[in-house]
Design a protein around this ligand. Structure first.
Ligand code: COA
Length: 708
């Protein structure tokens, strides 16, 4: 998508801006906005609008937007909520393109209807709305600081989109003190119209933006947002900070899948799937942002650690393992690169330990050797304060080396460990835009983010696998159940859904008397399983409505009578639709495949190993749909018990292809039939490779109110 295709060019580069609520009264938001726009030296035309004063900030003020003669691209609104709608109507008449509604008191305060009216009036009038309930936006393209945050925003290459206004204002301060320059910062507030997806699509192609940070509290229109994230992360690093690791979303869930899909786990998995870098907290996020916005992309995966201390070398090695960073491990090559700069007592194994006795010259030479070598793709420079540490000399040396690396397009960062002088040294270097850290982990985690971004760029575009799943047959099954007043499918209906989608289920027949039961069992072949079929009995085992492993006609006859008796006792009013006789499935490795409509992200799929793995260890993983084949494989690999699928202790490996096939078909069902809200195949028995998989039980929940 090109910038101009997004329709957002005039949002980031308005040629003229009007402020409704512009004020001469110090302390008012309308004053602060004018002050920031004027002192920020906005490059377009500025029109203050105020019903009382003839001039605001020395500029001619207008009593109404309609009085302005020239075109107005953007209007910033900072008047009380009750007056906003009238002004929006006037803006529509004027042909304004974008509204930036600072005003609070809309949906966040329960005033949902008013917010809807404002957005409708705006959209009908051909306008898009940012907000309401925001601190505004800053865009370096036209030097527009239409916020009531701090002045003097530093221009640069980072864009921030934030849902929290107060935190956003604080972030402007943090970027300034960290020396991070901004390309834009946008407060999205209630996201009544424009949201992250609209902005990301533009920023993906914005040549002024190298890295993007998102602060998210809640997600609306998640499926659309995931599409934008997938596109943008192939081009630019996107760092996300999400607050509220809450499990509330999961509590209302109807199925097992639902209770495992705690909103945070899903968020985490889905962000990873989209190539987004999720930071634990603001500090980590800003560390990554600063590093990643400046560092060149490494040309390969081989990293070298140069250190004058063995201990911190080991710490950094551990951290590299945690963050998936690969250390160059070719002893001969390392010796060749480093032997000339290495004192006789040093070690040429990676981490390259030149030891505490090494001189500053040795240290410098070792770093330069790493930077010069084509086989080293990134460098971590660790330094432990020694007795003769000279902070000025060290800082100068690092500054020189850093400038050298800039020319060589190789990422390098510095971690210093020691006392007060080291603290001062780090401060000095950071003040000059050099990525220096006091902690080893902080530095390594920045490289981790950079490498994950690199991997993401190299990843092939994921194609959704499309298969025919007999949508018509599935829909008629769902419609029938809905007409019947149910929000779930009966077992045989659920199985018919799977069969229609090409997922084979155990052979089974519903019978209504003993003779039919025996006939069915003989046709299916012994052993068989029998289960009660009743719309009033959801938990069949609790009702004594299940009999397993029935080997002959006598056992079938006895079971029939017992099941009916048990069901009557359990619920005398239960409507009994019959008894289901099915093939007894041989035991395989128990797995679970679930799918549901997440309130934020739309359809998601879950995989886990069954039994205790899922019950106790909650060893499951998630993906948002649509699912490509390679995503399905990575989903399987993510569960901790994945080695069980590969076969342990001489066992054959399991039929992984069979699992993937079922996952892709389940995903397609959920994507195609919106009235299906939850599906769970539990257990799915998996046999040895080539011997397939077998659905033992499936549950499907449905709802009327889904738009197809
Ligand atoms: N057209 C143009 N100007 C108008 C107007 C209209 N229809 N109605 C009022 N004004 C003028 C007022 O005369 C006043 O100017 P003055 O100081 O010269 O008298 C100015 O606009 C502001 O109006 P006022 O009624 O004084 O409102 P206020 O400044 O007290 O409050 C808001 C307005 C928007 C700041 C307030 O309603 C609000 O929402 N505050 C919270 C904002 C917020 O926190 N947003 C989220 C941040 S994350």
């Amino acid at each position: 998508m090109n910038q101009s295709d997004t329709g957002m060019d005039l949002f980031f580069e308005p040629r003229s801006v009007a402020v409704i609520g512009a004020s001469n009264t110090v302390g008012k938001i309308g004053y602060k906005l004018m002050d920031n726009i004027v002192t920020g030296e906005y490059r377009g035309k500025l029109y203050p609008i105020n019903p009382r004063d003839a001039e605001v900030f020395g500029l001619k003020a207008y009593t109404s937007i309609t009085e302005i003669e020239g075109p107005v691209d953007m209007v910033v609104i900072a008047i009380p909520a009750s007056f906003v709608l009238d002004e929006v109507d006037k803006c529509a008449k004027k042909g304004v393109k974008f509204l930036v509604i600072i005003t609070s008191g809309f949906s966040e305060a329960g005033n949902i209807e008013m917010e809807k009216k404002v957005v409708k009036a705006a959209r009908d009038g051909g306008m898009r709305v940012l907000g309401p309930n925001i601190f505004g936006l800053y865009s370096s393209r036209v030097s527009l600081n239409a916020t009531f945050g701090p002045k003097g925003v530093k221009k640069g290459s980072v864009s921030i989109i934030t849902q929290s206004g107060a935190l956003g204002i604080a972030m402007i301060g943090m970027t300034a003190s960290e020396g991070i320059g901004l390309s834009s910062i946008i407060s999205v507030g209630n996201k009544a119209d424009l949201d992250e997806a609209d902005l990301l699509d533009y920023l993906a192609s914005d040549e002024n933006t190298r890295a993007i940070m998102l602060y998210i509290e809640g997600i609306t229109r998640g499926e659309r947002m995931l599409g934008s994230l997938r596109r943008v992360t192939r081009k630019k690093p996107v760092i996300v900070i999400k607050s509220g690791r809450s499990k509330r979303g999961a509590m209302a869930a109807a199925s097992h899948t639902g209770s495992l899909a705690g909103s945070d786990e899903v968020f985490d998995a889905v962000m990873r799937q989209c190539g987004v870098l999720r930071a634990e907290n603001l500090e980590e996020g800003f560390n990554w942002l600063k590093f990643i916005a400046e560092a060149p992309l490494p040309s390969g995966k081989d990293t070298v650690i140069v250190t004058n201390g063995g201990g911190i070398g080991v710490m950094a090695t551990d951290a590299c393992e945690k963050y998936g960073i690969e250390l160059l491990d070719e002893p001969e090559l390392l010796r060749k690169i480093f032997s000339s700069s290495m004192p006789s007592f040093g070690s040429c194994k990676n981490p390259i330990d030149i030891t505490g006795q090494a001189s500053e010259v040795n240290y410098r030479e070792a770093l330069l050797a790493a930077l010069e070598s084509d086989r080293v793709h990134s460098v971590m420079a660790l330094y432990c304060q020694t007795a003769d540490f000279e902070k000025v000399a060290y800082s100068e040396m690092i500054t020189l080396i850093h400038n050298e690396y800039m020319r060589k397009h190789k990422p390098i960062a510095y971690s210093l460990v020691g006392g007060e002088e080291v603290t001062e040294c780090v401060k000095y270097l950071r003040g000059r835009g050099i990525p220096a850290y006091q902690g080893v982990y902080e530095m390594v985690s920045c490289f981790g983010a950079l490498y994950r971004f690199r991997e993401n760029r190299l990843k092939e575009v994921q194609e959704e696998v499309r298969i025919d799943i007999g949508t018509e047959a599935i829909c008629s099954m769902v419609d029938g159940a809905l007409k019947d007043g149910r929000d779930f499918l009966l077992a045989h209906e659920a199985r018919a859904v799977l069969e229609a989608a090409g997922i084979s289920t155990p052979k089974s027949v519903i019978v209504r008397n003993i003779e039919e039961a025996v006939g069915a069992a003989e046709r299916i072949g012994y052993p068989v399983v029998m289960k009660i079929v009743s719309r009033d009995i959801l938990h069949k085992s609790d009702a004594g409505g299940v009999a397993l492993d029935l080997d002959d006609r006598e056992e079938v006859m006895d079971a029939y009578q017992l099941i009916i008796r048990n069901a009557r006792k359990y619920d005398p009013h239960a409507r009994i639709d019959g008894i289901e006789v099915s093939e007894m499935v041989h035991k395989g490795l128990e797995t679970i495949i679930g799918a549901r409509r997440d309130r934020s992200f739309g359809p998601i799929i879950m995989f886990g190993l069954g039994g205790i793995y899922v019950e106790i260890m909650k060893d499951v993983s998630f993906r948002a749909l649509p699912l490509s084949r390679s995503e399905a494989i990575s989903l399987l690999k993510e569960v901790r018990s994945y080695p069980l699928l590969l076969g342990v202790r001489g066992e054959e490996s399991k039929d992984i292809e069979g699992i993937i096939d079922v996952m892709i078909r389940v995903g397609s069902i959920l994507r195609s039939v919106k009235r299906i809200t939850d599906m769970e195949i539990n257990p799915l028995f998996v046999y040895e490779r080539g011997k397939g998989v077998k659905v033992v039980d499936v549950r499907i929940m449905i709802a009327k109110d889904r738009e197809e």
